[in-house]
Design a protein around this ligand. Structure first.
Ligand code: SF4
Length: 435
């Protein structure tokens, strides 16, 4: 029996593009649709499709428009009865998209859960409460602790799409986390645009430390991981909480973007490299075996060769564990836009490659030092080569994997001990230890 007599729509396909925050948004509105009797399927068998888009940087925007055009073609052919586009790209370029791309029924902004439900339901009777669906394997899940951002990074278009920082109430997050843990989540990954700003819009005081310790009381959770910290006004009290609670991973992801003061100033990061390095020292003092992840931008308009050398020296000096590098994307509406985009793509790519090569060597040396160590590994899955999983040092989807063989059956979410026998730049290989 189809869910909505009026719209004759029963099966939905949800396509999520972009970051884990977008994934949580899709999980939340899909939970609402599921609670109202809609079923989920792949694009070929769907009556309607919802595309949750990303509008962050040029390459992502191009990829997203391609996905929308392909779906619009399905709509034109009548394969889809309804096509809804939502999320960051649709929030940022609503007018342009609506006027340039036909055969899309609705271009909606972010957080359009109710509108999506109303459009697909057609008739009035529907409930507005629904348990969040999970699109990640169920042994790990993301917890989005806030929306938007109050920082003013000159290169970043996110505040244009996501708006001001809004903290998710603590009790609501703890309830959501408990629900996930009861459904089998072992690893909770805390995400936001700026996770360390948590609570500051509500009480002028950052309260991430309180949230972390509350979450660490949830019995079924094994790992709680913090991502997207911001270096300026970093809440040092979270370091004590992380050091104290074994469930809180000794892991901090903190995008730093650059290491030259003139570039950091132009980027409006509000912090100098000396302060950043003393913060990293403090983090390492408080959490001795901490894993530090960061991301950097090369090719920013005022980045000179000398600035890039400063960044290379910083990476060499700091020996971070996990590093991602983006090339500068010239985004209209950002405060850096008037600076133009003077650095050729070729130079940007060369700098990115040079920085990644340096980090590869650092990562290989660190990985080799782990040979002989026995690590607690959470199983993520298996393939023809055996099992693979991650240690506390590796976030899902972005970090390294540990491969091992075993005669035993292991399910995703199981914890095993693996002794490392071999290492590559990023991944490790080992043998299962008897528990
Ligand atoms: S912290 Fe900076 S880079 Fe991150 S979302 Fe906010 S403005 Fe963008």
């Amino acid at each position: 029996m189809s869910k909505s007599t009026k719209t004759n729509i029963n099966k939905i396909s949800v396509i999520t593009l972009g970051c884990a925050k977008n994934l949580v948004d899709s999980e939340r509105f899909s939970g609402l649709l599921q609670a109202n009797g809609f079923e989920f399927t792949d694009a070929n068998n769907a009556d309607a499709m919802v595309i949750n888009t990303c509008g962050f940087i040029k390459s992502a925007k191009e990829e997203n428009v391609q996905v929308i055009l392909e779906a619009a073609e399905q709509r034109r052919k009548g394969k889809l009865k309804k096509l809804i586009v939502t999320g960051c790209l649709s929030e940022r370029y609503n007018k342009e998209l609506s006027s340039q791309i036909p055969n899309v029924d609705f271009f909606l902004g972010i957080n359009s859960d109710k509108k999506i439900l109303k459009i697909l339901s057609g008739d009035q009777k529907y409930t507005l409460t629904g348990e969040r669906m999970l699109f990640t394997p169920k042994h790990y899940a993301y917890l989005k602790i806030s929306e938007g951002c109050n920082q003013k990074c000159s290169f970043c278009a996110i505040p244009l799409m996501r708006g001001k920082h809004i903290t998710e109430p603590e009790d609501k997050l703890v309830k959501e986390a408990r629900g996930l843990a009861e459904r089998g989540t072992k690893e909770l990954v805390l995400i936001a645009q700026d996770s360390t700003y948590y609570g500051k819009d509500v009480s002028k005081k950052q309260s991430l430390a309180v949230l972390l310790s509350k979450l660490s009381e949830i019995e079924q959770l094994e790992w709680i991981r913090l991502m997207y910290a911001y270096p300026r006004q970093f809440p040092l009290d979270i370091l004590d909480v992380i050091a104290e609670h074994p469930k809180l991973c000794n892991y901090i992801d903190m995008p730093l973007q650059h290491a030259s003061d003139s570039v950091l100033r132009s980027m409006k990061r509000g912090i100098k490299i000396r302060k950043i390095e003393s913060l990293l020292d403090t983090i390492r003092e408080k959490i001795p075996n901490v894993t530090l992840r960061s991301t950097f931008i090369v090719g920013y308009p005022n980045e000179t060769d000398a600035d890039f050398r400063l960044l290379m020296d910083f990476i060499e000096r700091q020996q971070l564990d996990r590093v991602g590098v983006f090339t500068y994307s010239h985004e209209e509406g950002t405060s850096a836009y008037p600076l133009g985009d003077p650095i050729p793509e070729k130079i940007k790519e060369e700098r990115r490659a040079e920085l990644m090569l340096l980090q590869q060597q650092i990562s290989l040396k660190k990985n080799k030092n782990k040979i002989g160590n026995t690590l607690k590994v959470m199983v993520d899955g298996s393939n023809e080569n055996g099992y693979f999983g991650r240690s506390e040092q590796d976030a899902p989807d972005v970090d390294n994997l540990i491969y091992f063989n075993s005669e035993h059956e292991h399910k995703p979410g199981d914890f095993v001990k693996v002794t490392i026998t071999n290492a590559e730049e990023y991944d490790l290989f080992g043998t299962l230890m008897a528990n």
